[in-house]
Design a protein around this ligand. Structure first.
Ligand code: UD1
Length: 385
């Protein structure tokens, strides 16, 4: 008889009074996910958390600011890999992470999200027979042209603890034959961070700084390679955004990748302006949270922003063909509008005309996901000395 496709492996445990969790961060969307976990591990007896920053993102506004604002402890190790092609960046992270794991001998390596740092560090740990915990497991866009989808599928395939944010993730993992014992539906750590920072974000002066009125503008982000590296697609999306900006100011904190392309494509006029679209530097966490919370609507191709707007109850138009976070659509907050200008504009008009907007919070997005993860790790790894 053939074995089941995914028999849970015996995870390596050593009898000791403290388990060591080696937490990994690399890119901007990782920071808000690790913050509540680092805190939960700090608070709990029996867990020692270490933090490795791969250095995938390194700019003040893409990295340091988030550590400061979210109270993330200083990384114990920074691998300082920086930017490169996918292959070079992934390989470089692996080369630099392996000696850290060998030296620290953690009981588990914890990775979050779907960036290159996630798969690179998971792969190193799995090959050294160190259990891997993946936070935000099971999400699938079913679009393998997205680098993140490859990272998600591969990381899940070699993880021992799969921490899932929404029911679709559980279904996807079951469908892929992942053993039931490995799957833990715990909620959403990014929402832990949002809920614990909402009050602080109200003190942000970003609206005054940009001369905006609450509900009197749209906030936008755009950085997917499929949208901003391809000139034809970027032109189409931007055509629609300029039309929207005729009706409603659009504020656009631009990712470095996007800004470079906008400059290369000659989008800015001589005064450095972009029609009615207000382009800013990337914002810190608290400013961006306030910008989203007070917006009339949000336009984005980000994954996490689809989730944050769902909790903030702000309509979100997702400028992509698919989402790996379908619960945000199911609860009525998010519309997947793609990159066709007509479709973007018709969704925009519909949002502007709607009188009511219902958007109940998804199950377990309640601010306690990190605590649940700590519980599972302690129960799964701790052995009485
Ligand atoms: C990465 C993630 C993506 C995530 C995004 C959030 C992968 C495959 N992609 O994409 O899932 O949504 O982060 O931002 O991991 N750059 C800077 N300063 C920085 C970092 C990057 O200027 O601090 C520039 C560099 O020119 C670099 C480019 O941005 O080449 C892209 O950075 P990279 O980390 O390769 O991918 P992102 O597009 O940021």
């Amino acid at each position: 008889m053939h074995p089941k496709p995914d028999e849970p492996q015996e995870v390596r445990v050593t009898a000791r009074d403290t388990i060591t969790v080696l937490n990994v961060v690399g890119a901007r969307p990782n920071f808000m996910k690790i913050a509540p976990l680092a805190r939960a591990f700090q608070r709990r007896e029996g867990i020692r958390g270490l933090l490795v920053h791969t250095g995938q993102h390194y700019d003040e506004r893409m990295s340091h600011l988030f550590f400061e604002q979210l109270g993330i402890p200083r990384p114990d190790v920074n691998l300082e890999v920086g930017s490169a092609s996918h292959a070079v960046q992934t390989a470089e992270i692996m080369k630099r992470f392996e000696p850290v794991v060998l030296q620290q001998q953690p009981d588990v390596v914890l990775v979050v999200g779907d960036v290159n740092s996630t798969i690179a560090c998971a792969l190193v740990a799995a090959k050294l027979h160190v259990p891997v915990a993946h936070v935000e497991a099971g999400l699938r866009s079913f679009d393998r042209r997205m680098p993140e989808e490859i990272n998600r599928v591969l990381t899940d395939a070699i993880s021992d603890f799969l921490f899932v944010t929404e029911a679709s993730g559980v279904a996807n993992l079951r469908h892929e034959g992942v053993a039931e014992e490995k799957i833990h539906f715990v909620g959403n750590v990014m929402i832990d961070t949002l809920l614990s920072n909402l009050e602080k974000a109200r003190a942000s002066t970003v609206l005054d700084d940009l001369g905006l009125e609450p509900r009197g503008y749209a906030a936008m982000t755009l950085h997917r390679p499929s949208n901003v590296d391809d000139r034809e697609t970027f032109d189409r999306v931007f055509g629609a955004i300029r039309t929207i900006a005729d009706d409603l100011p659009v504020v656009f904190p631009a990712h470095p990748r996007t800004r470079k392309n906008m400059e290369a494509f000659g989008y800015f006029d001589r005064g450095g302006r972009l029609g009615g679209v207000r382009v800013t530097e990337p914002l810190g966490y608290l400013d961006f949270l306030r910008l989203m919370a007070e917006a009339r609507l949000v336009l984005t191709d980000s994954g996490g922003i689809q989730e944050e707007t769902t909790i903030l109850k702000v309509p979100c138009l997702t400028l992509r063909a698919s989402t790996e976070r379908p619960v945000t659509v199911d609860v009525g907050c998010n519309q997947i509008v793609g990159t066709d200008p007509e479709r973007i504009l018709s969704a925009f008009r519909q949002v502007m005309q709607a009188e009511t907007f219902e958007c109940p919070a998804p199950e377990k997005w309640d601010g306690r996901a990190a605590e649940r993860i700590a519980d599972v790790l302690v129960a799964g790894l701790y052995v009485e000395p």
